[in-house]
Design a protein around this ligand. Structure first.
Ligand code: MRU
Length: 324
């Protein structure tokens, strides 16, 4: 299976996530402008994949631009919430003095690491899920897409599903459709279908009802930024899911590579939350669905409020349980 994002012949190559599941197509991004547009449109998305985009973007700039640092600043701020994007940019920039080939080598090393670290983080998380959840086989609930497509390869929260499925321990995954951009219905469902893991898509609003009916053994989500105290920012709806899980005694496990940890922030209050275009809510497939004067509130992420241990059972990286 090819990487979600890679480098070939002087271009960044991505799987176009706006086209899935209808069409599997690759985009070759040859300018920094094209990369930034792809990041903003969510053609490449998911925190770890954005880290790779940041590093490869600097490599692209180093090969094509006179002012690499100015281009790098634009890439780093293309989306605000996932810390991985700026982290990837900064990591690649550190090699700038050694020339474009060194920058590219560093970016490619980051890509390889991302695959390995997600595999390790999700393996640790799988063991925690097995400790926390006595039922076999497991019924897992997923929100947004934290799979191969959200990383360079393998996946974080969905990586846990791959590990458990390999051992025959997954009964089904309930997939939140993830309004408004449907990363669950379009992308997570596509990945689960490819891997032949049983799944059902549900409206986001059905998650609490599924827990009330006893259909969920564990909630598994990825994360866009982890503050030093363990607060997490993830796809909008994560907070509500965490409350529902706490209410129903369902473990809530968050999985990420350590590139998602931001030790410069004491807690989640300092995490910038991206507000996205009103049209994501006022229109459906290009057709208006609200009165023309409608105002919207469209935050792309939320932060279950502190103290984190009250709602989140475990935040897991490649080092195991994250210690605030
Ligand atoms: O807006 P998106 O699709 O980039 O949001 C992605 C998420 O919220 C993911 O859950 C998160 O990045 C973790 S991905 C391993």
């Amino acid at each position: 299976m090819r990487r979600t994002i890679d480098w070939a012949d002087g271009a960044i190559v991505i799987i176009d996530q706006t086209a899935l599941p209808g069409e599997y197509r690759l985009l070759h991004l040859r300018t920094v402008g094209e990369l930034i547009d792809a990041v903003k449109r969510l053609a490449v998305r998911g925190a770890p994949a954005l880290g790779a985009a940041g590093a490869l973007g600097v490599a692209l700039a180093a090969h094509t631009s006179e002012d690499v640092r100015a281009e790098a600043a634009l890439i780093a701020t293309a989306r605000p919430t996932a810390v991985n994007l700026a982290w990837g940019v900064e990591r690649a920039l550190r090699k700038l003095g050694q020339g474009p080939a060194a920058v590219l080598a560093e970016a490619l090393a980051l890509l390889t690491e991302d695959e390995e670290l997600n595999k390790t983080a999700s393996k640790h998380a799988a063991e925690i899920v097995l400790e926390e959840c006595p039922r076999r086989p497991l019924r897992l609930l997923s929100h947004c897409n934290a799979g191969r497509l959200a990383t360079v390869g393998w996946g974080s929260a969905l990586g846990v599903v791959w590990h458990l499925h390999e051992r025959g321990l997954v009964e089904e995954v309930l997939v939140d459709e993830t309004r408004p951009l449907l990363q669950g219905a379009r992308l997570t469902a596509w990945e689960l279908a490819q891997a032949k893991v049983p799944y059902r898509v549900q409206p986001d609003g059905a998650a609490a009802a599924a827990m009330a009916r006893g259909l969920v053994d564990c909630v598994l989500v990825g994360v866009d930024r982890i503050a030093a105290n363990g607060d997490v920012a993830n796809k909008i709806g994560t907070y509500g899911l965490a409350i529902a899980a706490k209410h129903h005694g369902v473990p809530f496990v968050v999985v990420a590579p350590s590139s998602t940890v931001d030790t410069t922030l004491a807690d989640g209050a300092g995490i910038a939350i991206e507000e996205r275009d009103a049209r994501e809510l006022t229109h459906y497939a290009g057709t208006p669905i609200t009165p023309s004067e409608t105002q919207v509130f469209n935050p792309a992420f939320d932060v279950p409020p502190p103290p984190p241990h009250e709602l989140v059972t475990a935040v897991v990286t490649e080092h195991g349980r994250f210690e605030p």
